[in-house]
Design a protein around this ligand. Structure first.
Ligand SMILES: Nc1ncnc2c1ncn2[C@@H]1O[C@H](COP(=O)(O)OP(=O)(O)O)[C@@H](O)[C@H]1O
Ligand SMILES: [Mg+2]
Length: 234
């Protein structure tokens, strides 16, 4: 039985906010849990999340393990080792950021994780591939006869005035996923590279409130083990 939790941030579609949510969530959880170790693993060869979070991290709670189409044996083995070690460690939390595109070798990492967090915009050009991606996850879980990873869709870059997410809820009826509270399209979310100074730097903004709400949702459902209990009962 796993005692740590690993959250895989993925989507076949690029530019949906995987790295943005991975870094803010990591920073939020580190602040929220002074005593837990929150590890960030960046597997995207572009290294966006690693570049953003390295200045805010300890040497031992962030790793850049680029996994591309070719020659990824070393990174894969290292990643597998770290992930398994973290999962066996009580109270640990690991966030894995990934690149866009077919998961390829990274599939086996996704299947080790407690949860896959899937950001998407509300546009059909993002939603269609997002649903296909989740269907692929559903198929693998069925093939292996496993319940994990649970899938949580995060509506990202939503219109700040949008209140009704019925269309997304309807699309998600095709797949086994739950919906997290949305993150609006806000210019402050766009700080990148060296402009990024973490969760504290956006304090007092709507974006900060929304990241906090998402973080608390992850705590209530993933880190507390509540989703595991819900799926085991079903
Ligand atoms: N909620 C948001 N509001 C505004 N801009 C966002 C938001 N989320 C992501 N972005 C911007 O969208 C672009 C893609 O986000 P990124 O996190 O790099 O996506 P991915 O990692 O999925 O490719 C970046 O320029 C990022 O700053
Ligand atoms: Mg990215």
């Amino acid at each position: 039985m796993q005692s740590g939790k690993a959250i895989f941030v993925g989507n076949i579609k690029g530019g949906v906010g995987k790295s943005t949510l991975a870094v803010y969530l990591t920073d939020y959880l580190r602040e929220r849990y002074a005593t837990r170790s929150v590890m960030l693993l960046d597997t995207d060869p572009q290294g966006t999340a690693f570049e953003m979070m390295r200045p805010l991290s300890r040497a031992d709670d962030i790793r850049f393990l680029p996994i591309g189409d070719r020659y990824d044996g070393v990174s894969m083995t290292t990643l597998d080792g770290i992930l398994r070690r973290m999962l066996s460690q009580d109270e640990s939390v690991t966030i894995v950021d990934t690149g866009a595109g077919k998961l390829g070798n990274v599939w086996q990492m996704a299947m080790l994780c407690s949860t896959v967090l899937v950001p998407t915009s509300m546009s059909w050009t993002d939603l269609r591939p997002t649903i296909d991606f989740i269907k692929e996850l559903d198929d693998r879980k069925e093939d292996y006869g496993v319940l994990n990873p649970h899938v949580i869709v995060v509506p990202n870059r939503t219109s700040p005035s949008q209140k009704n997410f019925g269309q997304l809820a309807e699309a998600l009826e095709e797949v086994n996923a739950i919906m997290a509270p949305p993150i609006s399209d806000l210019s402050i979310a766009r700080s990148h590279g060296r402009d990024f100074h973490g969760f504290d730097a956006v304090s007092g903004t709507r974006f900060s409130d929304e990241i906090k709400r998402l973080g608390e949702f992850i705590i209530d459902y993933v880190i507390s083990g509540e989703l595991d209990r819900i799926y085991q009962r079903a």
